[in-house]
Design a protein around this ligand. Sequence first.
Ligand code: FES
Ligand SMILES: [Fe+2]
Length: 441
Amino acid sequence: MHAIDNELLTRTGPGTPMGTYMRQFWFPAMLSSELEAGGAPVRLQVLGERWVAFRTESGAVGVVDHLCAHRCASLFFGRNEEEGIRCVYHGWKYDVTGQCVDIPSEPDGRAFAKRLKLAAARVHEVGGLVWLYLGDEETPPPFPQFDVNQRPAEECVASITLRECNWLQALEGDIDTCHVGFLHLGGIPADTFPKGSINYYRQLDLAPRYEVVETDYGALYDAYRQGSPTETYHRIGQFILPFYAMTPPFQLDSGAAHLRAWVPADDHHVWLIELRHGDVPLTRDADGKPMPGGTIGWDYLPNTSDWLGRWRVKQNAANDYGMDRSRANYTGIDGIPLQDQAITESMGPIQDRTREHLGSSDRMIAICRRRLLREARALADDGAKGASALSPERFSAIRSGNMLRPEGADWLEAYNAYREEWSPGIGPIERAGKPVIAGVE
Ligand code: FES
Ligand SMILES: [Fe+2]
């Protein structure tokens, strides 16, 4: 990859092409539970911009520029009072839309206040998460109706972790299914797992073949290999513009739903914001015991009020992620998310993609990068809005998972049949040309 493309892909601050592109979309930014009605304001950093978030006594959420319009004191120190936030320097007050509503330090404060408005995000709460729209359209795009967004919020599990690297290399771990057999389950023979289980087939063949199909919302891949003697084992995963992924840890028809958003905090830090409904199975051996190192937990450091002080993981670069090389697994690191965290952070704050050598198993990554470059350039050069204009109901049929199908059966046809079942009338995903079978870029 050329350095110029890597720059375009990875820089997301205000005014950058990728940052402008991302600001067209709704995305989650924090947990609803982080904002207490009438409680303390929270520093929130996304896409390199600094905001202060607060919830008024009546429950409305404000996410406004953290610098006061008067002389730029931080509203983090502000008082959350009477449906607004009041700067403690000279008492100017703003409502949840950023509108200045009170200037007690001026004789004609009311008229002056009317002319002042802070930048503010549009806010929508779904699934226990606070979603933002930071774009400049008067009417934001329709809210994304992801499968998991339709599930009862009280049954969903939402979590956030801060990862100390650029958003793109972190996301690329989610659409790189072939690393599972190494980083997470390396050295474990297939027959450790129940015969016929998805782990069994995956470990039997560590070099699957791939097909990637671009869609209106992004791209999906099928990684396939031999399953039972007469069947093929398929793993289907999703990339959804601009920074969402769905990995395939369960069966396609399990009924579980999940979404992983890689929301840049700045170009060297990313929030992994995950929303899940239903069980993601632990990696278990034939006796039903979790595999060594195959847990899915992690520990948090205590949150602080700093810009990057929330949701930091205790097992981090400073302690080699708790690695113990005598541990009976591939990495010596305990826990699948921590193994991912260690390896993507080890690439450096922004991976230098001019140094890499892609293989056929990186096809999904290569196609998603090209798509992102195309979308961001089309917006910057021609004002073309691309996928953000999609009708939201289309997102409900985006799902990931595993399936076994008779040898020679078309996986996309099978996937399209599921789509129709999940969202009647949605229509099939079509291949743009001939099926693209794995080949080195
Ligand atoms: S700086 Fe905020 S009121 Fe003066
Ligand atoms: Fe992983």
